[in-house]
Design a protein around this ligand. Structure first.
Ligand code: SPV
Ligand code: MG
Length: 290
């Protein structure tokens, strides 16, 4: 069974896939060990890893390299955040074929113009494509995938752009008709009201995906109660958690004048060895080094 099929089956059987954002193979290993159903190859997280804003500055090659490295060390389905698809429908054809070959189980393509601006920025420049142009990008993605279970997820930024619910519903319906398997609806309101309203009004047969970054109170039980959300993506929690841990540790080392206090509060080197699979290296040394 392909990873994509596994992801579809999981959503059908459990009603909700919990997808954790990753920016590195290590963060992906930790997400898998924690019990998530899949991994989000997040543009925001990878941009932040490079110390850059999430504004189409990271190249497709950089993102693909990271996705391949993540896939090499984990066995969960990967949902690739391909932003605007790196250009027009022709670029989408190239991107989908590369991401599927690299091991992704799904792509999320958003209906913003290239270069995009991160969705959650206050007063961000949020320009949307014409609906028919984005429909072409969705049709191109669907026509390109080789595995019929590979998910093409259309993300509308209509609410992010302040265009309102009617525009979000109209766009979502058009993208579903163009062949999208799911609709990702995003909002930067600090309460889930916009998302809940959208879900109540959504009449399409395509299930919904969300990224509850700005409204963390929308937990799994509240999501399931809405009925049509089948995927929740924890969009920037990995990089924020890593940043919190490093900020605290690094500041303490400076404040304490050494590592004498922090070393008790961080994982041991043995734990890193475990995550690096050093045991296998030891076995191989015994087998092959003479
Ligand atoms: C990402 O994680 O890159 C996303 C989610 O697209 S958000 O940053 O909330 O737009
Ligand atoms: Mg993104």
């Amino acid at each position: 069974m392909s990873q994509a099929k596994r992801l579809r089956t999981h959503m059908a059987e459990t009603g909700l896939a919990h997808i954790m954002a990753t920016h590195s193979p290590l963060s992906a290993i930790l997400a898998q060990e924690a019990g998530f159903d899949g991994l989000w190859a997040s543009g925001f997280e990878l941009s932040a890893l490079y110390g850059l804003p999430d504004m189409s500055l990271i190249s497709m090659t950089q993102h693909l390299d990271m996705l391949r490295s993540i896939g090499a060390r984990t066995s969960l389905p990967i949902v690739a955040d391909i932003d605007t698809g790196y250009g027009n429908a022709i670029n989408v054809i190239h991107a989908v074929s590369e991401y599927e070959r690299a091991g992704a189980s799904a792509v999320v393509i958003e209906d913003k113009t290239f270069p995009k601006v991160t969705s959650l920025a206050a007063d961000g420049r949020q320009e949307l494509l014409r609906i028919d142009e984005f429909e072409g990008k969705i049709r191109a993605a669907v026509a390109t995938r080789r595995d019929p279970d590979f998910l093409v997820i259309a993300r509308t930024e209509a609410l992010i752009a302040g265009l309102g619910q009617e525009e979000a519903l109209k766009r979502s319906m058009a993208y579903m008709a163009a062949g999208a398997d799911m609709i990702l609806i995003h909002s930067k309101k600090t309460t889930p009201c916009e998302i809940e309203r959208f879900c109540h009004a959504w009449r399409g047969s395509a299930p919904v995906a969300i990224v509850p970054n700005a409204f963390p109170e929308l937990d799994a039980s509240r999501i399931k109660a809405l009925g049509n959300i089948k995927m929740t993506i924890y969009g920037n929690y990995g990089i924020r958690a890593a940043t919190t841990a490093m900020q605290n540790t690094f500041r303490r080392i400076i404040a304490d004048g050494g590592v004498q206090n922090v070393h008790k509060d961080i994982v041991s080197v043995d734990e890193i060895f475990r995550l690096q699979n050093m045991e296998r290296v030891k076995d191989n040394e015994k087998r092959f080094l003479k």
